[in-house]
Design a protein around this ligand. Structure first.
Ligand code: APR
Length: 250
């Protein structure tokens, strides 16, 4: 167990606020691809062609195709929240202090698992927005450049509500405030390659004086920045770690 039982007791007694950061690794065992593993999304697609504002201007058809495929993939009945998503929802429900879950994932698996205090810092695959009228709405179908906005009726302005490279992640003020006052920061299933998320561990450590824990399949790029770590599959590690925090059996 990455945290000693006496440390867990102190955190429980203080009702220490927890901030959790998740990445694509937590959804891998639900059947969704990560980005940087050998079979990951960036092995098949070039980031600069599908995940930047310039890509959307240059080739909107390709960008829509990329996100349409992934949006449709989320509707596959085989894609369900796994034991790691469920354990984090349980932690939020049962921990004596605040639990904020910040995910880089644009899938909806944390929400489906029951997490409520949840920030999708890189947006959500099942939402779109209109660059003409600023409508933000749920969307499960395919999107094309001909699709008309349900609010202003103009076509060509609808885009996935996702944060592309070069754009500002969402709700950063709220995230930084929580990192600065948390007692425990847990990073799960992220390679630590993309900022600002990759820098959260240092903020939690320096400003929040938090204990910091990495749970990942393998050491991430920022592994040495964490006080504690455990390596293995999220569906194994996360329920065990949550059970230790809650003093229940997993
Ligand atoms: N359990 C735990 N961790 C796993 C598992 C698993 N079953 N499978 C893979 N991992 C780990 C990998 O070892 C890797 O360190 O998950 C991490 C996934 O890393 P990335 O593919 O880089 O995904 P992520 O860190 O979420 O990427 C960050 O990059 O391109 C973007 O916007 C995209 O939000 C994404 C961001």
């Amino acid at each position: 167990m990455p945290l000693r039982p006496d440390l867990i007791d102190i955190l429980r007694n203080e009702a220490a606020p927890i901030v959790i950061l998740t990445g694509a690794g937590i959804s891998k065992e639900s059947g969704l691809h990560t980005f940087r593993d050998p079979d990951g999304i960036w092995a098949k697609y070039d980031i600069s062609e599908v995940a930047t504002p310039d890509a959307f201007i240059a080739n909107p058809d390709l960008v829509h195709h990329f996100y349409n495929d992934r949006r449709a993939g989320l509707l596959d009945p085989a894609v369900q929240p796994n034991a790691a998503h469920l354990a984090l929802a349980k932690l939020e429900a049962e921990w004596p202090g605040d639990v904020l879950l910040v995910t880089q994932n644009i899938d909806d698996l944390h929400g489906r698992a029951g997490s409520q205090n949840l920030i999708h810092m890189h947006g959500e695959l099942q939402k779109i927005r209109c660059t003409h009228c600023d409508l933000l709405t749920d969307w499960r179908d395919d999107l094309t450049k001909e699709t008309r906005c349900p609010s202003c009726s103009k076509s060509g302005g609808l885009r996935p509500h996702v944060v592309w490279f070069g754009e500002m992640p969402l709700e950063m003020e709220r995230i930084y405030a929580a990192l600065g006052s948390c007692g425990l920061f847990i990073s799960i299933g992220t390679s630590g390659n993309v900022y600002p998320a990759a820098g959260f561990v240092q903020i939690a450590h320096e400003e929040g004086a938090a204990e910091t824990v990495e749970l990942n399949l393998e050491p991430s790029s920022g592994a040495t920045l964490f006080d504690h770590s455990a390596y293995g599959a999220a569906t194994d590690l996360v329920p065990k770690f949550v059970a230790a925090l809650l003093k229940t059996s997993d």
